[in-house]
Design a protein around this ligand. Sequence first.
Ligand code: SDX
Length: 455
Amino acid sequence: MSKTESNAAGATSALEIRDTRTGTSYSVPIMPPATEGDTAIRAMDLRQIKQKPDEFGLMTYDPAFMNTASCKSAITFIDGDKGILRYRGYPIEQLAEKASFLETAWLLRNGELPTQTEYDDWKHQITYHTYVHENIKTFLQGFRYDAHPMSMLCSSVAALSSFYPDAKNIEDPAERHISIVRLLAKLPTLAAFCFRHVKGLPFIYPDNDLGYVENFLSMVARMSEPKYEGNPAFVKALEVLFILHADHEKNCSTNAVRAIGSSHVDPFSAVAGGIAALYGPLHGGANEAVLHMIKEIGDKKNIPAFIESVKAGKGKLMGFGHRVYKSYDPRARIVKKLADDVFKVVGIDKDLEIALELERIALSDEYFISRKLYPNVDFYTGLIYRSMAFPTDFFTVLFAVARTAGWLAQWEEMLLDKEQKIARPRQIYTGYGERAYESTISHGGRGGGKDAVRK
Ligand code: SDX
């Protein structure tokens, strides 16, 4: 049983549990509330609750971790009821308005805002690691012209691991640092190369004169002009969107990165796993799914029928709902305002009108209100990306570029957490008891006979 944990006042709060199967009572310490009041009991303290001494003991059963804290973390705080999101204590609204993405990436990892010297050095390091090995180009050219860019990005980030074998030395702070720099620096390059491959355009190399976001846009959009000049409204919008998407506590993809990283594999492989998780339509793939949904609706007059189909369980209102936010996602509020700014440049269009009407109707409908379904960060993001001429299947790639900052901060926090070990949940076994094997097939066609591997 863990050592008794007393709260700030020194008193020991506990859960008094009585097992009616045996009549035995147990006192399970309640962990002292953390900074924002989060508290829990240690699941391992339940293992003492048994009917017989040789039993395994009680576990908690929590599909999808609806009520399970897998770690302690100081990086991001979310209050889902109050719609609060803070990176290292700083409200997302203030960071989105005043910070840069690289400054935010530093903050997420290091816990404090950088000094000017730290920031200038950080930017320099990242700027001078944006190139990827030329063989990655050949690797990417192996994909079909219509390959989904998330498949390409996931594969190419995993492939990067083979170019940096020393990244496996995850105990070495210097190796962790250079891997973090390489991943933050090269994700935009890889993302842009994926874009250019699908478009059948030549790859554009990084331009070290440009800032992080503008360099990314240059690698995506530059054609024959000698120097790319980004539209300031788009550069600013993307900087803000990258900040908003940088981290989000223990979301599905971050959980994946932490679990994969807990095996002590290199961070390139762990981030590739995060990209794979983010690809799903219930997670980062939702921004792409929102646009498909709006296209399917086609016209504002079709919205009532679409809403009824969702309420009848024939699909979800993509871009709505959240595991944690049971009020408006604070990021969605910022993105909606950003959309207004961008559409002032490109002009409002039918899809935005459908989105605005969809939101208006959903926010007044009891079905969504009762389920606390509000727009999340993905609802308006896709409309902005589309207005910047990004293809729909590229939206989640943009999410992945930004979330790499959070994944890496969370990955390193996990490695440095003395309480963490290789992630390996238990299960409740519901299968057969022991039974004897009796073959039900003929094994003649094993494929190649006994010499198969010796030829
Ligand atoms: C992201 O975790 C994060 O932090 C993620 C993220 C991040 O920054 O990393 O914020 C990014 O992934 C945002 C979410 C993007 N996904 C979508 O927009 C897809 C649509 N949303 C849903 O699939 C859903 O809301 C989830 C996946 C986001 C959350 O699902 P939960 O918490 O498991 O909730 P649930 O599926 O149990 O839903 C509860 C009820 C159910 O109805 P009943 O069975 O009780 O009748 O609400 C319904 C659901 O059917 N519901 C929806 C709905 N979302 C939930 N009904 C219609 N449309 C929806 N969007």
